[in-house]
Design a protein around this ligand. Structure first.
Ligand code: REY
Length: 429
């Protein structure tokens, strides 16, 4: 059974609400903060531009990624594309079925678990964090919602930790931190804002979310992911193995760009990711991420009220095209289509996982490099191409000149060989 009877009822209501366009908080928020573009309906009818997706993947390679891949899932079926290699030593081509580190896409998993606990009456969104973790934070005004919206003011300890990219990474690659140690690293830095006043992305927030989950469930956060998300959605390629350093089975190797231009890439695949834990240590696949984001927006994991809270967003950029809800991003694409999901950066891996408002069309993309913003920007072009159905000129330098070698490595992955996640999550009209 996918969900408990209570949750299935709630999920059914969410689906009906979503189909009827009555997800009130999201609608209100968007009306107040991001007027709908005129061509949204048209955008929804557009088939994915898979040539555009390949162009974006090639652009990621032209900007330093050894390989890249993207998987689209929608009413037309599954379409996957891969370029380059997942292992520079063996030369193994990028494989759409391979596992990789999803970085902060993990935050959406953590937010879902915490919001389920809110639904179950185990905690309140607007209660002080210190009610549940007495004395943890130096300010009783910091609420659970402040954590989930990155408005707590808790500084991001990863900024100084990775100020020097490779030495910073090697210093923590095999380290095992307690949550408390990570919170202490944050509290040693000046707070960035008064509670609730402004958005400032910080891993410390989702470390505290992990602590809340463990405190309230009395179990490791891995158990909560497994029982509440991985198992019900049959995400067999998804795991949380902290502090194990390996990625089990068929997997992508990650390659970190050093800060020094021209220095050789560092294979960063094996690491504890203990510096991130509930803020970024989940391992997954493109198919599982498509399934997860789609299930979330279709109301299969949260009640309508909780999904409404999660998708109630505020802007994170001045152009008013990027927004953040509760552990969830919203991007308003050039064609007017709104997509919800998250981005992730962990050493050697850039990830995007997004789905449409109705959860019917999803895209997950991966490039096996990091600390190279142009590659990340180029990879983001997969969203425009897949959701808007038109080739977007990549804005990254060099992005429009994918090398012939990059192009010759492009492969179309037949959906027959792809993991049939849609069997677990039938498309509904
Ligand atoms: C940490 C640094 C990035 C990555 C981060 N990731 O906070 C969280 C997320 C989990 O939002 C590293 N950059 C890189 C540097 C910069 O070391 N000096 O790019 O691999 O996904």
């Amino acid at each position: 059974m996918l969900l408990s009877p209570h949750r299935r009822l709630a999920a059914g209501a969410a689906l009906i609400a979503a189909l009827a366009g009555t997800l009130v908080p999201a609608t209100q928020a968007s009306a107040a903060q991001a007027p709908a573009a005129p061509n949204r309906a048209q955008a929804h009818a557009t088939a994915p531009d898979m040539d555009g997706v390949v162009a974006a993947l090639n652009a990621a390679m032209a900007n330093g990624a050894p390989g890249a891949m993207a998987r689209y899932s929608g009413p037309e079926g599954v379409r996957s594309r891969t370029v380059g290699v997942q292992d520079r030593t063996t030369g193994a081509p990028m494989d759409i079925r391979s596992r990789f580190r999803i970085g902060s896409v993990s935050k959406t998993f953590s937010a879902v678990v915490l919001l389920q606990l809110v639904e179950e009456g185990r905690l309140e969104l607007d209660a002080p964090v210190n009610r549940y973790l007495p004395g943890l934070l130096p300010d009783d005004r910091i609420t659970v919602r402040h954590l989930l919206t990155h408005r707590s003011g808790l500084a991001d300890y990863t900024d100084p930790m990775f100020n020097q990219t490779v030495p910073g990474f090697e210093a923590v690659r095999n380290r095992v931190f307690t949550y408390q140690e990570l919170v202490d690293l944050s509290l040693a830095l000046p707070r960035t804002t008064e509670p609730g006043v402004s958005y400032k992305y910080s891993n410390a927030n989702f470390v505290v979310v992990g602590m809340l989950i463990e405190k309230l469930t009395g179990r490791p956060v891995a158990d909560a992911y497994e029982r509440r998300i991985f198992k019900p959605l049959k995400l067999r390629g998804t795991s949380y193995v902290h502090p194990d350093t390996r990625i089990a089975g068929r997997s992508v190797r990650g390659y970190l760009h050093p800060d020094e231009a021209g220095a050789p890439l560092v294979d960063s695949t094996e690491q504890t990711v203990s510096w991130a834990q509930s803020a970024g240590a989940v391992i997954s696949t493109t198919a599982d991420l498509d399934t997860f984001m789609s299930a979330l927006l279709r109301g299969r994991l949260l009640s309508p009220a909780m999904l409404g809270a999660m998708t109630t967003v505020t802007p994170t950029d001045t152009a008013n095209t990027r927004f953040y809800g509760l552990g969830l991003r919203r991007y308003d694409l050039s064609c007017g289509t709104r997509v919800y999901g998250h981005t992730g950066t962990v050493q050697g891996f850039y990830t995007y996982a997004f789905t449409t408002e109705d959860g019917r069309r999803s895209v997950s993309a991966l490039a096996n490099t990091s600390n190279h913003g142009a590659a990340n920007t180029a990879l983001g072009g997969t969203l425009e191409a897949a959701f808007c159905g038109s080739v977007k000129k990549p804005s990254a330098p060099g992005a429009s000149s994918a090398s012939p070698s990059a192009r010759s490595l492009t492969r179309e992955t037949p959906s027959a060989t792809d993991r049939p996640a849609e069997r677990d999550l039938p498309e509904r009209n």
